[in-house]
Design a protein around this ligand. Structure first.
Ligand SMILES: *Cc1c(COP(=O)(O)O)cnc(C)c1O
Length: 363
């Protein structure tokens, strides 16, 4: 008799992550509004840098990411020594959890927070703790109340996915100051570039010893397919994360494309203003058609329906027309659909079809 092969405790509690769908059976030109991608893709400078790396594919990449960290530091006014780069911000999140939480430790996140926090916590054998929000918005007092002796990490996405809501930096600072001494606050700023004048928590992570910020090239930079993210925080925490980081975690193509992308801030500015214009239009168009939605600070809108059945029916109706949006039942929002702000024709089409759906439903 031998013992069966078993995974570590917690692993089987992880529900498989389902990304936004990208195909509809029988439709070849579906419009994908399900993964918060930049509808205009990456900047030309980033694409040119990617192309040039084809000549270096036989060489191992840099292990210290010095050039990319310097570029990020220059653009954001940050100390490159306090930056770490990873395979999407997902890898940064995973490294933080693996280094700082384990069995008997608690990882706190908000009710409708990003699913990766729970997945990474369970993967490390730690216990995820979900804290209720107020009107789909972070409730700092509720988070503070949920923290205790076992709390090691507190994850907040700001703006949050899939709600699109955010809280001010003063609230985040109050949270950082109020959590227990042994706990770290991670501000996930995947959508920070969409908020004019917002530093994503960089200043807090510069000043406070218990705050980390994570960022990504997957959203406004239009590089989700390439997988690059970064984190910024206290030097001692960055040093810990570098000990568990794979030495060649990023390829030459990832590093050099990201460097060109971050140095092309014109693309970011243009993408932000186009997104703001169309997000405003889409939000109002949905409200006019009887679909309420909170003020979103990101590149998507969370459309609320009367019931789970209505959200599901609308999702099916849109799919038949080749429009792919995101169901968010796994985020505790079964009556909602998350709609990425696409290009102008896509926004008009999705609003038009939802209008038809609502008219049909009430007829
Ligand atoms: C999309 C997203 C990310 C980005 O993940 P990557 O691994 O960098 O692609 C991180 N956090 C949140 C909340 C997101 O929505």
């Amino acid at each position: 008799m031998t013992d069966p092969i078993r995974p570590q405790p917690g692993i089987l509690d992880i529900a498989l992550y389902e990304g936004g769908a990208s195909h509809v059976a029988g439709i070849s030109d579906a419009i994908k509004l399900s993964s918060n991608e930049n509808p205009h893709g990456a900047s030309d400078r980033a694409k040119e840098a990617f192309s040039r790396t084809v000549h270096k594919l036989h060489r191992y990449p840099s292990t210290d990411h010095a050039a990319l960290r310097q570029a990020i530091g220059d653009v954001h006014g940050l100390d490159p020594a306090r930056i770490i780069c990873g395979v999407g911000s997902d890898e940064i999140i995973r490294m933080i959890v693996n280094a700082y939480a384990g069995p008997k430790d608690e990882v706190v996140h908000s009710e409708h927070g990003f699913l990766m926090y729970r997945i990474a916590a369970l993967g490390a054998g730690a216990t995820p703790v979900s804290v209720p929000e107020r009107e789909r918005t972070l409730d700092v007092d509720a988070i503070l109340k949920a923290c205790g002796k076992k709390t090691k990490l507190v994850f907040i996405a700001n703006p949050n996915n899939p709600t699109g809501t955010m809280v001010g930096l003063a609230e985040l600072e109050r949270l950082a100051m109020g959590i227990p001494k042994q706990a770290m606050l991670i501000i996930d700023s995947a959508y920070a570039e969409y908020v004019e004048g917002y530093d994503g928590g960089a200043d807090l992570a510069s000043r406070l010893p218990n705050v980390m910020m994570t960022r990504t090239f997957s959203k406004i930079y239009g590089l989700g397919g390439l997988r690059i993210g970064w984190g910024y925080g206290p030097k001692d925490i960055i040093d810990v994360l570098n000990r568990i980081r794979d030495p060649f975690n990023l390829s030459t193509s990832q590093l050099e494309t990201a460097e060109a992308a971050v140095r092309d801030q014109d693309w970011v500015v243009q993408s932000r203003s186009e997104n703001a214009r169309l997000r405003h239009w889409l939000s109002e168009a949905l409200a006019e058609r009887g679909v309420p939605n909170d003020t979103s600070m990101a590149n998507f809108v969370l459309a609320r329906f009367g019931s789970e059945a209505e959200a599901e029916a609308c999702d099916e109706f849109l799919k038949k027309d080749g429009l792919i949006v995101r169901r968010v039942a796994s985020y505790g929002l079964p009556h909602c659909l998350r709609i990425t702000v696409g290009d102008e024709p896509s926004c008009r089409r999705v609003a038009h079809m939802i209008g038809l759906f609502k008219a049909g439903a009430s007829a």
